[in-house]
Design a protein around this ligand. Structure first.
Ligand code: UTP
Length: 408
């Protein structure tokens, strides 16, 4: 894109300040900035204006959950179905590792964080160890697709290579990068990170399948005959991946998607709760839980929205192609965004100073007709690391690892 075209595009979106330092830039920097302008979707920034009305919710009602006693009763049958699918190469796993992990406060990708005490135990290593349990059980490698972002791709891929994939078969590991979105101040003006670069942030975990398409990974998946994709978060160090019983239960109940859930610790716990929204499966976020929803009871007198999602979903590949053609809701999230001040000096803010724009994987659930919320034993499968200390932290995850006999 030439200068004039870039100027016109920025003018249209009220972002001309992006060219403020243009005359001071080297030829290479000028090119880089023009290319970034060409590839940036400024449309999202306009959404700041109607932030409050962005995602109106429908009528929330309870959804039936397959609880522990139910899936335990059919464990053998479901496990066999799941293992057969895995052995036939029909199940792949997608590790969402493109996030910035700002709450953890490390500049490195979250997966390279070492939770070990007497030895190295990296988050990526814990996940691979869990996946290996299933590889051994099924006696078959499970294709693993790892999503990174522009901010952490090189570090992540180098780390896997350096650690020899923690014993995983590299032929079954594919990396792909998610897209970035501009990050702005509270008025929707994009921040500058460098004089030749706008501030950007990964565009949320909802764009994973589109990015897989873009990177040619979906063609690879189809050629390999993978029919189900188990998408999961990097930060749960007890995450069970391609769990045969879960895979089997989703297939046996003919569900479009399976969602692992845990019983909530408290009605106001900060996890999204499974529900129906206008009769379709959905997730109500913790900050959307009204007192009425927290007090609601189901037919058995139990809390009606008592099961939280842990970002472990099993999608059918062919449905994902349909979802990819639709536009998922946009979420505007307050974040700390590094920027250049008025004098052009770099600033790393201590508290949130603007917005990033994200699409979320949980919104994909609502696009499907049916969902199997599948309860798992909380202390055995859910140890998220969001913070350094306190709730959902390195400390709490270490305690849960200890409870499960994992040496750290
Ligand atoms: P979080 O919502 O915890 O976000 O991600 P985060 O960016 O990792 O951490 P904070 O909020 O800045 O502290 C949940 C999962 O989604 C992935 C993360 O890597 C994690 O596995 N994710 C998140 C992406 O892959 N891309 C994104 O753009 C955002």
């Amino acid at each position: 894109m030439g200068y004039q075209e870039a100027y016109n595009k920025l003018e249209k979106y009220g972002q001309l300040h992006v060219l403020r330092y243009y005359e001071d830039l080297s030829g290479y920097e000028k090119e880089a900035l023009l290319e970034q302008i060409e590839n940036t979707d400024f449309e999202v920034l306009k959404q700041c204006e109607n932030k409050a009305e962005l995602n109106p919710r429908g009528k929330i009602t309870p959804i039936e959950v397959m609880q522990l006693a139910q899936n335990d009763a059919k464990r053998e049958e479901y496990t066999k179905i799941g293992l057969d699918a895995i052995k036939a190469g029909k199940v792949g796993a997608v590790l969402l590792a493109g996030g910035m992990g700002t709450r953890l406060g490390s500049d490195e990708p979250k997966g390279v964080y070492n939770i070990g005490l007497t030895k190295d135990v990296f988050i990526f290593q814990r996940l691979i160890e869990n996946l290996m349990d299933v590889v051994r059980q099924a006696d078959a490698w499970i294709p693993l697709y790892v999503m990174t972002s522009d901010k952490n791709h090189a570090t992540t891929t180098d780390f896997f290579r350096e650690k020899e994939y923690f014993g995983y078969n590299p032929d079954y590991v594919t990396f792909f990068m998610q897209d970035m979105a501009p990050a702005s101040d509270y008025n929707g003006k994009v921040y500058m990170e460098e004089k030749y670069k706008m501030s950007t942030s990964p565009n949320g975990n909802g764009g994973w399948f589109l990015s897989m398409m873009k990177w040619g990974v979906v063609d690879k998946i189809k050629a390999a005959g993978v029919e189900w994709l188990n998408v999961f978060a990097v930060d749960n160090v007890l995450q069970r991946i391609a769990d045969p019983c879960f895979v089997g239960a989703t297939i046996a109940t003919d569900s479009a998607v399976g969602a692992k859930v845990v019983k909530k610790n408290a009605p106001d716990e900060k996890v999204g709760a499974m529900c129906l929204e206008d009769g379709r499966p959905s997730i109500v976020e913790y900050y959307e839980m009204t007192q009425e929803l927290m007090d609601a009871k189901d037919a058995k007198g139990e809390p009606a929205y008592n099961f939280g999602v842990i970002l472990n979903y099993l999608f059918r590949e062919k449905d994902l192609e349909e979802i990819a053609a639709k536009k998922l809701p946009l979420h505007i999230v307050e974040k700390k965004i590094p920027y250049l001040d008025e004098e052009g000096r770099p600033v790393k803010p201590e508290s949130p100073n603007g917005y990033k724009f994200e699409q979320l994987v949980l919104d994909m659930i609502h696009e499907l007709d049916s969902c199997l919320p599948y309860e798992v034993v909380r202390n055995y499968e859910f140890a998220p690391i969001k913070n350094k200390t306190g709730i959902d932290s390195v400390e709490s995850a270490r305690a849960l690892c200890k409870e499960n006999g994992i040496e750290l």
